[in-house]
Design a protein around this ligand. Structure first.
Ligand code: 5GP
Length: 191
């Protein structure tokens, strides 16, 4: 049977990756959206088992030792995140489309582990830090030190966009077009 493909969605926080994934869930009902594990605290709107399994550091360490992760990384210097090997490999082997958001470390690790033609990295970009900052602050209040951290991550991540297979620009007001574009890329590259 022909193998499926893993589509990795990445990009700076605030660009609308979550919105894109919600859209992709309805556009590709047959695709697999595997859970990842994290040691960060759930946000008020998040439920365990929807996007993440929320684990203690001890539980996360046990999964590392048991070899349950395809990759894992410390993201933003504090919390651990890991993609689960079993659901991803099972779905690829069954010829399915798999879609998961990861950070750039995740893309780098997964590219070393899986054949090149099975992994497609789609980068969601913002036109400038100023425009992204404006969007982030419209959505929620954020302490200054967090904004400084996000700005330096933004620069690093935008530099990494050159290494991705596709770059899609997300701007305020173009959410619909940008989601449609991501969907088109997946449709065209799933075969
Ligand atoms: P958040 O905590 O805001 O959901 O995600 C923080 C960062 O962790 C984002 O850049 C997100 O893409 C990344 N992330 C989420 N799941 C994984 C994963 O399984 N592996 C890696 N390497 N990064 C992840």
């Amino acid at each position: 049977m022909k193998k499926g493909r893993l589509f990795l969605i990445l990009g700076p926080s605030g660009t609308g990756k979550g919105t894109a994934i919600q859209y992709l869930k309805s556009r590709f009902p047959e695709a697999v959206f595997p859970l990842s594990c994290t040691t960060r605290q759930p946000r008020p709107t998040e439920k365990d088992g929807e996007v993440y399994r929320f684990l203690t550091k001890g539980e996360f360490d046990r999964k590392i030792k048991a070899g349950e992760f395809l990759e894992w990384a410390v993201v933003h210097h504090d919390n651990f995140y890991g993609t689960l090997k079993k659901p991803i490999l099972e779905a690829i082997n069954a010829g399915k489309i798999v879609i998961r958001e990861v950070d750039m470390q995740g893309v780098q690790s997964i590219r070393k582990l899986l054949p090149q033609d099975q992994v497609v990295a789609i980068f969601i970009a913002a036109p400038s830090w100023e425009s992204l900052r404006h969007r982030i602050l419209k959505r929620s209040k954020i302490p200054d030190e967090e904004l400084v951290r996000r700005e330096s991550s933004f620069k690093l991540e935008m530099a990494f966009s050159k290494e991705c297979d596709f770059v899609v620009m997300s701007e305020e007001g173009n959410i619909e077009e940008f989601c449609t574009e991501v969907g088109k890329i997946i449709e065209e590259n799933a075969k």
